[in-house]
Design a protein around this ligand. Structure first.
Ligand code: SAM
Length: 322
């Protein structure tokens, strides 16, 4: 369906848990010490609730779903969620974003359940920096998850990297090298102001700066209209390098997505505080009421984010779903 500004909304980003086994410095609420779980009491959507939601969204024209969190692999019933979504033939794209820590042993079962493709966060290739950014994550486990995803054919395997000045921005050569002989799609995401570390833009590395540093990057045509990443390739490299520039080249005009948080709030924009609780409607048998509610929320999707105000939204990224 179309929103009030004429944008066609066909993409649902569905968070299935705010909980995470890592504690990334740009994502979690600033005060969150490693080992502390601020969301242990959050009641997340059940498979049955997700089924009802997906049915309603599909009837309104949603064709693409990305599962995210928090860390979606924390849920034991992730495969059941995937199978449930794949019942709907209207869903032509089902993907997952993960930190890859527990992926190696699960990639095959995710693929078997019907997952089509995967994004894995990889912010550093230096063990110590990886651990510093993620609050003790294991680089090796993430790399094993990438290998397993390639092996089982979760194609394309995309790698999400948030560059931060003074932390990992000296690693571009090594990160680019990942795309040399493997069909990986590396994506460099501009740091969005989602918590106290990211709020000031001091650490922000823009896509423009990357293009200035690497004039050899060759632009590739978009794979589909309105794709958020601008894709590039280094001459002779098999994989691609995407620049996702929500701050310096905002893509709100072509934004096609709507979000549902793990606790059932529908949000039209990552960078805005507006949200509406869908849970009361999930307790009622009337599908039409749920559909009408979602239709209104999509219609009212905000025109654009206000990240340039350098003010983090009230929900940190882990609570919204990245
Ligand atoms: N736990 C999973 C993971 O690590 O990929 C999924 C959730 S995470 C919130 C999803 C994506 O959001 C990650 O690729 C992460 O890099 C990105 N992200 C989180 N906070 C961000 C921020 N402040 N700016 C840009 N990207 C961010």
């Amino acid at each position: 369906m179309f929103d009030q500004y004429g944008r066609s909304i066909n993409y649902l980003r569905l968070s299935i848990t705010p909980r995470c086994n890592l504690n990334c410095i740009y994502c979690r609420p600033g005060h969150c010490p490693t080992g502390f779980d601020p969301y242990s009491q959050t009641r997340v959507l059940t498979v049955e609730e997700i089924d009802r939601l997906v049915r309603a969204f599909v009837s309104l024209g949603i064709e693409k779903i990305r599962l995210t969190g928090g860390e979606p692999l924390i849920r034991d019933d992730l495969e059941a969620i995937i199978r449930c979504i794949r019942q709907y033939p209207q869903i032509r794209d089902l993907s997952l974003t993960t930190n890859g820590q527990d992926l190696a042993s699960r990639a095959q079962s995710l693929k078997d359940a019907g997952l089509m493709r995967i994004n894995i966060s990889l912010d550093s290739l230096r063990e110590s920096t990886f651990a510093e950014i993620t609050g003790n994550g294991s680089l090796q486990r993430a790399l094993d998850g990438i290998d397993a995803s390639l092996q089982v054919g979760l194609h394309p395997v995309k790698l999400n990297t948030v560059l931060m000045r003074g932390i990992n921005d000296d690693e571009l050569d090594n990160l680019f090298a990942l795309t040399k002989i493997r069909p990986l799609a590396l994506r460099l995401i501009e740091l969005m102001p989602m918590n106290s570390l990211s709020a000031t833009h001091e650490r922000l590395i823009t896509g423009t700066e990357i293009l200035q540093r690497y004039p050899l990057l060759q632009r590739i045509a978009d794979s589909y209209p309105g794709q958020p990443a601008e894709d590039y390739r280094l001459p002779g490299y098999l994989g691609t390098i995407g620049l996702i520039r929500p701050i310096s080249h905002r893509f709100c005009k072509v934004c096609n997505r709507v979000r549902v948080t793990a606790d059932g709030q529908i949000k039209g924009c990552l960078g805005k505080n507006d949200e509406t609780d869908l849970r009361p409607l999930l307790n009622q048998p009337d599908d039409q009421l749920l559909r009408d509610f979602i239709r209104h929320a999509i219609h009212d999707k905000p025109l654009g984010h206000h990240f340039e105000e350098k003010r983090a939204p009230q929900r940190s990224m882990d609570r919204t779903g990245g």
